[in-house]
Design a protein around this ligand. Structure first.
Ligand code: SF4
Length: 481
């Protein structure tokens, strides 16, 4: 069968990155091979995000760029998947006349069939049917991961919370969890293909399994912690209202669970939290932060914030800044509020001007920048355990190819490597030796690095040659809480 090329443009969160991966793997039996060259593609998929207005605009601007390509190559198939597809359905086909497929968040497993139908008989297809369970794509395991050492694993999808600003329950459906057996099997398959770190994904992992009567999320973490070959486990996202004492204890009980939690708070004002329907107060949130720090003193905490939610006063915003100073996050993601289709807050009065939202966003990010720099600076002089991901970006561009070097490959002097701490900080470092030939050995291993410099988004250090850490692929070493 002739090889065909697939180009995927992923816009949005880690869940979309995982879905794109699933799409690639599901199309392998149809002989579609991934390419990063748009012009070479026989099939272009845009995997979309509808969470923020800006992401949605990006989708249509990218689709606009494809009209010329389609004219030159009439056999080219173009599809839109993900949240925007689910939300807009056939309206996208009307807006983009050269588009062939619109497939929703629950239709990924049906995509190969859709493509086959289009290849056989030129037609345009919309599939945004929702299912109340997750249909497994069985071909995901045991495929080589091309030098990657980290992978996402979706453990559940959808959400039942209906925060008033959020579109997720409408575009991803209600909360549904995968069985622990399927998740463990997928992680084992990933280990066989070279993966050493997994990030478990769900809109609210704390609710994992509750509806279906499966095991709890802390129990699932314990199962994955037992898998040989996995060195690190991460997860996202955890809703503060559902952060249980058991999950907090999991940071103590599971040595592979990384010392990092993303705990989106959105606002520091109880008045705003209530209008957002977040179902926790500032006091309850701070209580949970205290518990986390008691169990795991050096845990890194990150969060999400929205500025300019309808009705957010200057006093409310001041409370948000005050919360940031109190918690001292390692980092945060912040966005200006935007109305989203179906979300309840779209109907709220007292909308904040764009200028005001922008100014509040800047103040918030400036404050966080100072805190992050201070926290990074405090690590200078310390020794950190780094899971090595490969060459640093700078090195990758200087070398013939990026990623994982071959065993015994002769590398330039002062090669720069990159990896992360358990607390999710990026660390670039070098070995200070000439002609290193330990590529395979190094990538995917945990090593000790002495931190010498701190920046806003990364750290710089030196590999401690005489005091290697684990340098092992067995797992279970001392890098967790
Ligand atoms: S918890 Fe709230 S913000 Fe998060 S996905 Fe669900 S509805 Fe959206």
């Amino acid at each position: 069968m002739k090889t065909k090329y697939l180009y995927i443009n992923t816009i949005g969160c880690q869940m979309n990155v995982y879905d794109s991966d699933q799409i690639s793997k599901s199309l392998l039996p149809l002989n579609y091979k991934a390419t990063e060259n748009l012009k070479k593609a026989d099939l272009i998929i845009v995997n979309t995000c509808a969470i923020r207005e800006k992401a949605e605009q990006k989708v249509f601007s990218f689709l606009g760029r494809l009209s010329g390509l389609k004219r030159k190559k009439p056999g080219l198939i173009i599809g839109v998947g993900g949240c925007v597809a689910q939300q807009e359905g056939k309206k996208i086909l009307e807006r983009v006349p050269y588009l062939d497929i619109v497939f929703g968040t629950h239709a990924i497993h049906r995509l190969p069939g859709i493509i086959e139908r289009i290849e056989l008989k030129k037609t345009r297809i919309v599939d945004i049917g929702m299912t109340d369970r997750i249909v497994e794509i069985e071909s995901v395991s045991n495929l080589p991961e091309n030098g990657k050492i980290s992978a996402f694993v979706t453990i559940m999808q959808g959400c039942d919370n209906f925060c008033t600003y959020c579109v997720v329950p409408y575009v991803r459906g209600r909360e549904t969890s995968r069985s622990p057996e399927k998740i463990v099997k997928e992680v084992e398959g990933l280990v066989n293909s070279g993966i050493r770190e997994v990030t478990l994904l769900g809109q609210n992992v704390n609710s994992y399994g509750k509806k279906e009567g499966l095991c709890s999320f802390p129990e699932l973490l314990a199962l994955i912690n037992e898998i040989d070959g996995i060195l690190r486990i991460r997860f996202t996202t955890s809703h503060p209202k559902d952060l249980s004492d058991d999950l907090i204890m999991a940071f103590k009980d599971n040595e592979k669970l990384c010392r990092h939690i993303h705990l989106p708070v959105q606002s520091g004002s109880d008045r705003v939290l209530k209008r957002m329907k977040r179902k926790y107060t500032r006091a309850l949130y701070l209580e949970k932060i205290d518990k986390l720090r008691n169990i795991c003193p050096d845990i890194s905490i990150t969060s999400d914030f929205i500025t300019g939610f309808p009705g957010e006063t200057k006093a409310d915003f001041k409370e948000t800044l005050d919360l940031i100073k109190t918690v001292e996050y390692e980092g945060l993601f912040a966005f200006k509020y935007s109305d989203r289709p179906n979300a309840k807050a779209t109907l709220f009065a007292q909308k904040i001007s764009d200028q005001e939202k922008k100014e509040r966003l800047k103040k918030l990010l400036d404050l966080q920048e100072i805190i992050t720099r201070k926290k990074n600076q405090a690590l200078v002089g310390s020794t950190q355990e780094i899971l090595v991901e490969g060459f640093s970006k700078k090195m990758s561009s200087a070398l013939p190819r990026a990623g994982k070097p071959k065993t015994n490959e002769s590398l330039p002097d002062n090669i720069q490597w990159t990896g992360r701490t358990s607390t999710n900080k990026i660390v670039n470092f070098n070995l200070e030796s000439s002609s290193v030939s330990c590529g395979e050995f190094f990538t995917g291993s945990i090593v000790n690095v002495k931190i010498e410099k701190a920046f806003s988004h990364s750290l710089w250090g030196k590999y401690l040659k005489l005091e290697p850490a684990t340098l092992s692929l067995k797992g279970g070493e001392s890098y967790a809480a």
